[in-house]
Design a binder for this molecule. Structure first.
Ligand SMILES: Cc1cc2nc3c(=O)[nH]c(=O)nc-3n(C[C@H](O)[C@H](O)[C@H](O)COP(=O)(O)O)c2cc1C
Length: 456
């Protein structure tokens, strides 16, 4: 019997070069974590990604060293440079690739953030994006204030207000508000530039629109509030769902939410995080994957994944033994782990992990490595290209937030071997479509730039 026609038979895959810092990389040159702060390494990753026609680079954020059980983590390097400064540098050595920065709404000021993002957007010729997050931990807050925990609901309420101000600032400077000739009677039409009044705040737009109007908005956060936030405002989503059925269910849920907000269902690009490991044969690819896994998954890191859910120290548990017999305690979580997690998410995660471990006879180590394997594509270039084509054509995803395995040469294999295999299947671009991120993602104008829907 012929296979059923896929939902999107001509869809193309987007690739985003993702870098999250942390313990997930092998340092192949200039060994040591200082490679994270070496501009030559960044330039090499960006140049390779652009040679491979990636739609964008994408950075995660943490304004403070990551903590685990109330202490700075000792199993990863997490000091991150300021993304907009780094992207300003990368904009100068690239031409087409997008630059999506993760910046949170809880610990930033809207007027300052709007201006800094616009600066990168203007200087890059319209290639900037903003991944709007609320930041889920309390330790970051200690950089800014003491002891005042912000609840999950408050974070999202504040995010809507913050983004509303940023959007209004970007809308407040219309095209043509600055003269295009130095001998014009007035350099600018200040009356056209609208201030944004929010309570005691009276902010003024700082910069004109860019070649793509304004930065493309992304979102990362998977609670119902997070998904609604994306459905209202975002044109890209950074997700965690990569197993085919879960990815499709997430994409269907999100697209249905967009439609409920009066938007076309395909007005969003969904990018789950992943890694790709290629070999000439399936066996060689699996051997390579095992090699990377042994180097990046220390016993300490494996245990920390389980501790993050259980919320307390498990150093007296053998990672080759079973999951803890006791349940996670949500209250302990908030105090020790720092994550503002008042939901039953840890309990649900623990229940799902226990069920899986019981069914498969998994130790803690087996379970964590199994979860890791589920977010990787491992195989020959043609097998991985077939699988990715199936995902994108079924509508389970639009792109991949692809982590390199090695720094700084970790995208080489993907660009030299996977991209051509995808192109052979008609599932990947053969040239950039435009010069801006919005054009290269095939997006409509920003939601905030559209005429309001006529109430029907
Ligand atoms: C895939 C993914 C990536 C994220 N990346 C970041 C990040 O880099 N920095 C950050 O502060 N928060 C990040 N977040 C968390 C967001 O801050 C999010 O707002 C938080 O998880 C609370 O939302 P939620 O309960 O809706 O998931 C990420 C969340 C997801 C799902």
């Amino acid at each position: 019997m012929a296979a059923p026609e896929p939902a999107r038979p001509h869809a193309h895959l987007h690739l985003a070069g993702f870098f999250g810092f942390g313990p997930a990389y092998v340092w192949s040159e200039a060994p040591g974590p200082h490679v994270y702060y070496d501009f030559a390494a960044w330039r090499r990753l960006a140049a390779t990604a652009e040679r491979g026609l990636f739609s964008t680079l994408f950075l995660g954020d943490s304004q403070r060293l990551r903590e685990h059980l109330g202490r700075v983590t000792d199993h990863s390097v997490t000091g991150r440079p300021d993304q907009l400064v780094l992207f300003a540098h990368l904009a100068a050595v690239t031409e087409r690739i997008g630059l999506v920065a993760t910046l949170n709404t809880t610990f930033t000021d809207p007027a300052d953030l709007a201006r800094r993002l616009s600066t990168v957007d203007l200087l890059s010729g319209g290639r900037a994006g903003w991944n709007v997050v609320t930041t889920d931990n309390d330790w970051t807050g200690e950089n800014f204030r003491r002891g005042a925990e912000v609840t999950h609901d408050d974070r999202y309420r504040h995010a809507a207000e913050h983004l509303g101000t940023v959007e209004a600032l970007w809308s407040g400077w219309p095209p043509g508000a600055v003269a295009d000739a130095t001998d014009a009677p007035a350099w600018s039409r200040p009356a056209a530039i609208t201030p944004v009044v929010r309570g005691a705040r009276r902010a003024r737009p700082a910069l004109p629109p860019s070649a793509q109007g304004r930065p493309v908005l992304f979102q990362a956060g998977e609670s119902p509030q997070g998904r609604e936030f994306a459905a209202r405002h975002a044109q890209g989503v950074f997700s965690r769902y990569l197993r085919f059925d879960e990815a499709l269910a997430f994409a269907d849920d999100l697209r249905a939410r967009l439609v409920r907000h009066g938007r076309p269902a395909d007005d969003i690009r969904i990018f789950p995080a992943t890694r790709v490991i290629l070999g000439d044969t399936d066996a060689e690819a699996r051997e390579k994957a095992a090699w990377f896994r042994d180097r990046t998954w220390s016993e300490r890191r494996i245990r920390s994944v389980v501790e993050a859910v259980w919320g307390h120290d498990l150093s007296d548990h053998d990672v080759d033994g079973p999951l803890p017999a006791s349940d996670p305690v949500a209250a302990t979580q908030t105090l020790t782990h720092g994550v503002v997690n008042t939901s039953d998410r840890p309990l649900r995660t623990a229940a799902a992990w226990r069920e899986l471990a019981a069914a498969r006879g998994f130790s803690m180590r087996d379970l964590v490595l199994h979860l890791n394997d589920a977010v990787e594509f491992v195989g020959t270039p043609s097998a991985v290209a077939d699988e990715l084509t199936r995902y994108v054509r079924a509508g389970a995803l639009d792109g991949l937030n692809l982590q390199p395995n090695a720094v700084p040469d970790g995208f080489d294999d993907v660009v030299d071997r996977l991209v051509p295999a995808l192109q052979d299947r008609g599932a990947y671009r053969t040239a950039y479509e435009g010069t801006t991120l919005r054009e290269n993602l095939g997006l409509l104008p920003a939601v905030a730039d559209r005429a309001p829907a006529v109430p029907g």
